[in-house]
Ligand binder design. Structure first.
Ligand code: PBG
Length: 329
């Protein structure tokens, strides 16, 4: 006589049987309000210019930038993060602090159109404005000078605040940058401007397409200021320092290769945590999907869900508009 097979008593599959059950017990969700769209604006353009390595992403003109921000507001996104690409660059990155610099003009354009409907954020870093492409000022022998750079960041923060920005995003990984920016903003009467600190920012190979997006002049690498990909504890340390210096949100960047860091930072701080789903992460999915090797829309949603599951409250992603539409369906 054949032995009778008794089935398992505990059956996790029961909760996966129908879409309604799966939806009810989902631990993580992605909501448009949690998504921030990075946008590029380039000085001197007559029409938007596609970025080859980021299909679907463009360098905007000042007017198409405003339209993109309005669309982001209409879709209920959390915000936009603005990056400026100037026509002229110099060793000091003068365009960053010039009230007539492209990024400062763009901030005013966008804020005057969307008002409080959308959080307008701006990249606070010199790399788009320097002719050497580094995130800071250089010493005569070519090293990145932390403390002189801090003074430049303070000045840049004031220019962006004067232009009307809601939140600045210092991304240069200089020691002490958040504290100096907070102090400068407060002293100038901009106590309401908040700081999204790029706290744990790694020296990543996945930034490749972004460097095309901003026509980067960088030769060499950023390993003396961005973090070693080997280090997670150091990421937590950077985040804690930024909170102590007055960061309103902290960020981990990139996202996908650093989901463990996102989780550790989430468990270590008491402010919202953002993660930046960066250009290379975008390009990999777009390229594989274009080849028919992966299914694009599920891959986008799975990517964003994984970043939320790791602990990110806010995600900067080039898919923000499209994801908001997919999520509405
Ligand atoms: C530097 C900066 C970088 C990104 C945003 N700001 C990277 C870098 O060149 O080090 C990368 C964003 C992306 O790859 O999507 N200020």
């Amino acid at each position: 006589m054949a032995a009778e097979i008794t089935g398992p008593v505990i059956r996790p599959r029961r909760l996966r049987r129908t879409p309604a059950l799966r939806r009810m017990v989902a631990e993580t969700s992605v909501d448009p309000r949690q998504l921030v769209l990075p946008l590029f604006v380039r000085e001197g353009l007559d029409e938007p210019r596609p970025i080859g390595s980021m299909p679907g992403v463009v360098q905007h003109t000042r007017s198409t930038l405003v339209r993109a921000a309005v669309e982001a507001a209409e879709l209920g996104l959390g915000g936009v993060m603005l990056f400026g690409v100037p026509e002229q660059r110099d060793a000091r990155g003068s365009g960053a602090v010039d009230p007539a610099g492209i990024l400062n003009l763009a901030i005013t354009d966008v804020v005057s159109e969307v008002g409080d409907e959308l959080t307008v954020m701006s990249d606070l870093c010199l790399d788009e404005f320097t002719d050497h492409g580094h995130c800071g000022l250089l010493t005569p022998d070519g090293r990145v000078d932390n403390d002189r750079t801090l003074a430049a960041y303070a000045e840049m923060a004031l220019a962006q605040a004067d232009a009307g920005v809601d939140m600045v995003g210092p991304s240069g990984m200089m020691d002490g940058q958040v504290g100096v920016i907070r102090e400068a903003l407060d002293a100038a009467g901009h106590a309401d401007v908040s700081i999204l600190a790029y706290s744990a920012k790694y020296a990543s190979a996945f930034y490749g397409p972004f460097r095309e997006a901003v026509d980067s002049c960088l030769v060499g690498d950023r390993r003396t200021y961005q973090q070693n990909p080997a280090n997670a504890l150091e990421g937590v340390r950077e985040a804690l320092l930024d909170v102590a210096e007055g960061a309103d949100l902290v960020m981990v960047k990139p996202a996908l290769a650093y989901l463990d860091v996102v989780r550790q930072v989430r468990d270590s701080v008491d402010v919202p945590v953002a993660a930046y789903n960066i250009s290379g992460e975008y390009a990999m999915v777009e390229a594989a999907a274009a080849q028919g090797w992966i299914e694009r829309e599920p891959a986008i949603l799975e990517t964003l869900t994984s970043i939320r599951r790791a602990g990110a409250d806010v995600i900067l992603t080039y898919w923000a508009v499209e994801a908001a539409r997919l999520l509405r369906r």
